[in-house]
Ligand binder design. Structure first.
Ligand code: SF4
Length: 394
C-alpha cells in the first residue's frame, strides 16, 4: 500500500541528502527533435537484460556514510516501457539498498502511448507516487512534426486513467516554439494542459541541435521556426495563463499547485548531490560530476562481467568559488532566488560583494533584484536567463 501524501513531507535539514536518478534510455522510436542518447528500436529481451544490469549496479554501490535519499526519479528515454514487474523489481532493489522512507518522492516519466491504466496501477502499487507525462502538445499536427508516437486522444485517455487511479501528483511536459506554431495554437495547448488538472506543468522551449531530423527539415525550408520575439511572447503568455489558474511559478520553466514542487528537481537547483544509475546517467557527488558510459550494450556487457560501468568525469569543482558559482547558476533558476545568508554560511562567500559589478549592471537593467535577504531574477530577466547566468561563471 502506498502511503505517500503528496506535498506533505519532512526532511531532516542537517542530514546529507542525496537524490537518486535512474536512466532508462529506451524509446518506442526517436522523436524528430531529440538529440539525447536513447535507443529508438531494439531487439527483444534487451530491456530485460538492461534491468538486470541496473539491479547489479544498484547492488554494488558502496554507501560510505549515513545519508537520506528523499527522491527517486526514473527518467529517460521512456521508462513507462518497463513492465509492471520490472518496475517492481527495480523499486524493491532501490528500497533495499537505500532504505527508502515512506515519504520518498518516486517519479516515473511516461509517454502517453505507453501508460495504460493497468500499468499505472502496477507502477503505483510498486511505489511510484508521481508521474511525469511527456505530452509536448495538444495539437495532432504539432505532435506529428515532433515525431511523437502518441495522439491528443491518447493524452486525454492517459490523464483520465491517472485521475481514475487516484493519482493526484502528476506533471505534464509541454513544448513551445514548435515550427509553424501560432499564438492561438500555443494558447490552446496551455488551456488544454490546465484543463487536465495536473499538479505540475513544465513548459520548455524547443531547442534543436542541427543533427536532428527536424532541424534538417527546417534548413530545407519545410517548416519555419517562430522568431525570438514570438517565443518570448509564448513564454510570458504561458506564464500568465498558468499563474491566473492558480499555479505557482517556482522555477523558470516549472509551475505547480501549492505544495507540489518536484522535490527531485529541487535537489538539482539547490546544487545538492545525486546518484545517477544506468547507461548515460550523470551523478554529482562531493563536487564531482561524472557520467556512466552511454552505450546500453557496453553498459550491460560490463555489468554482466561483474565490472562497474565505465565512468567519465565531467567536472570537478574543488574550490568554494567553483561550487558557489555552480550553486548561483542553478539557484537563480528558482523564482524565489537564493537566500544570501544561507549561501554565505554554506560557501563562505558574500554574493553581493563578490559579484558587485555584475549585480549592479543587471539591477540597473531591471533584470535582477535583491530584496528581503534574497537575490532573484525579475520576470523581465526570466526569458534571457541564460545570458545573465553565464556571467557568474568563474
Ligand atoms: S521520448 Fe524523449 S528521449 Fe525518447 S526520443 Fe522522444 S524526446 Fe527523445
Amino acid at each position: 500500500m502506498n502511503s505517500f501524501q503528496p506535498g506533505c513531507y519532512k526532511v531532516e535539514d542537517k542530514a546529507r541528502k542525496i537524490g537518486i536518478y535512474v536512466h532508462i534510455p529506451f524509446c518506442l522510436r526517436k522523436c524528430s527533435y531529440c538529440d539525447f542518447y536513447s535507443l529508438g528500436s531494439f531487439e527483444n529481451g534487451l530491456l530485460e537484460q538492461y534491468v538486470k544490469a541496473l539491479i547489479k549496479e544498484i547492488e554494488e554501490i558502496e554507501l560510505k556514510e549515513d545519508a537520506i535519499f528523499p527522491t527517486v526519479y526514473i527518467g529517460g528515454g521512456t521508462p513507462s516501457l518497463l513492465s509492471g514487474s520490472q518496475m517492481e523489481l527495480l523499486l524493491k532493489t532501490l528500497n533495499r539498498k537505500f532504505n527508502l522512507r515512506k515519504d520518498t518522492e518516486i517519479t516515473v516519466e511516461a509517454n502517453p502511448a505507453t501508460l495504460p491504466e493497468s500499468r499505472i496501477s502496477h507502477f503505483y502499487n510498486a511505489g511510484v507516487n508521481r508521474f511525469s507525462l511527456g505530452v509536448q502538445s495538444f495539437d495532432n499536427f504539432e505532435l506529428e512534426v515532433l515525431g511523437r508516437t502518441h495522439t491528443v486522444k491518447e493524452v486525454f485517455e492517459t490523464v483520465d486513467a491517472l485521475h481514475r487511479s487516484g493519482i493526484k501528483n502528476f506533471n505534464l511536459d509541454i513544448i513551445y516554439g514548435i515550427p509553424d506554431q501560432t499564438v492561438k495554437k500555443w494558447e490552446n495547448n496551455i488551456k488544454k494542459a490546465i484543463e487536465c488538472n495536473p499538479s505540475h506543468i513544465s513548459m520548455y522551449l524547443l531547442q534543436l541541435d542541427e543533427s536532428t531530423p527536424l532541424a534538417k527539415r527546417i534548413t530545407e525550408g519545410k517548416f519555419t521556426l517562430p522568431d525570438e520575439e514570438m517565443v518570448s511572447d509564448f513564454y510570458y503568455i504561458g506564464t500568465e495563463y498558468l499563474e491566473n489558474s492558480g499555479f505557482e511559478h517556482y522555477e523558470l520553466s516549472n509551475f505547480c499547485r501549492p505544495g507540489f514542487v518536484c522535490r527531485h528537481n529541487m535537489i538539482y537547483w539547490h546544487a545538492e548531490e545525486y546518484i545517477g544509475l544506468g547507461a548515460g546517467a550523470v551523478s554529482y557527488l562531493e563536487g564531482r560530476r561524472f557520467v556512466n558510459i552511454a552505450s546500453v550494450y557496453e553498459y550491460i556487457r560490463r555489468l554482466e562481467k561483474g565490472l562497474k560501468p565505465l565512468q567519465e568525469e565531467l567536472e570537478f569543482m574543488n574550490t568554494s568559488e567553483m561550487l558557489a558559482a555552480d550553486a548561483i547558476i542553478l539557484g537563480l533558476r528558482l523564482c524565489r532566488g537564493i537566500n544570501l545568508l544561507e549561501f554565505k554560511m554554506r560557501f563562505g562567500i558574500d554574493i553581493e560583494k563578490k559579484y558587485k559589478t555584475i549585480i549592479e549592471k543587471y539591477e540597473k537593467e531591471k533584470l535582477l533584484e535583491i530584496k528581503n535577504g534574497y537575490i532573484y531574477l525579475t520576470k523581465k530577466g526570466y526569458f534571457i536567463s541564460n545570458d545573465i547566468l553565464c556571467r557568474f561563471i568563474v
